[in-house]
Design a protein around this ligand. Structure first.
Ligand SMILES: O=C(O)[C@H](O)[C@@H](O)[C@H](O)[C@H](O)COP(=O)(O)O
Length: 210
């Protein structure tokens, strides 16, 4: 992968502002170059860190942002496990991202239909791309090395055609999720893996050696 860089911070206190700066500087660049900023979000500990840090940025303007979810848990939006629900209460309700710029799953559908529906939403938002080209994907990583809902040794790692895949046997609960596939991750203009906590150090080092 071109331009790979690993930056280590003493703690999330130091990481947070750098992450917010990365997002807003990518946004500025993307809006100048093609009129909008497309951002893929992940769940887990990223939600509260990113929300807090973005809200602390002066003059944050999200009116030209389009956000999608790198993966999402198939639970209703008011369930504490819903990544969208958490971003809605911690970030979206406090900034000026237009509703039309938030690409969410429909949790009322079955997991297969949900993946198809989310695929259609992404295709509509990225009509010119075979695989959506996000300006920036913010990805988490589990201690097992999973990112999105792509888990080690799962058959979904081999997916080459789908944009979004359903998963019903996620080792990390809840078991039903939809996830962007590796071709989407690999098509993004930039990707940042945001990992906090010592449990991920070993897998991160392995990945960085690649
Ligand atoms: O569904 C989820 O839980 C997330 O989307 C997941 O992929 C997360 O990003 C990693 O597991 C890291 O989570 P933490 O940052 O909380 O360790």
């Amino acid at each position: 992968m071109a331009g790979r860089r690993v930056v280590v911070f003493p703690s999330s206190v130091e990481l947070g502002p750098v992450l917010a700066h990365l997002v807003t500087s990518r946004a500025e660049k993307a809006i100048v170059s093609h009129g909008r900023f497309t951002l893929g979000l992940s769940g887990g500990s990223l939600v509260s860190m990113l929300s807090k840090e973005l809200l602390a940025m002066p003059d944050l303007d999200c009116s030209k942002w389009v956000v999608g979810f790198c993966d999402e848990r198939l639970v209703s939006f008011d369930d504490p496990e819903s990544t969208y629900g958490l971003y809605k209460s911690q970030l979206f309700s406090k900034v000026n991202i237009p509703d039309s710029g938030i690409l969410t799953i429909d949790p009322s559908l079955s997991v297969n239909e949900c993946a198809e529906d989310y695929t259609c939403k992404l295709k509509k938002a990225f009509p010119d791309d075979d695989f959506p080209v996000f300006d920036l994907l913010l990805l988490g990583m589990g201690p097992d090395g999973h990112t999105c809902s792509l888990f080690p040794e799962h058959p979904l790692l081999e997916e080459t055609k789908k944009i979004v895949a359903p998963i019903s046997d996620s080792p990390k609960p809840p078991p039903q999720r939809v996830t962007m596939t590796f071709p989407v991750v690999n098509s993004a203009r930039s990707v940042a893996f945001v990992s906090t906590g010592g449990s991920k150090a070993a897998v991160l080092k392995e990945g960085a050696r690649g």
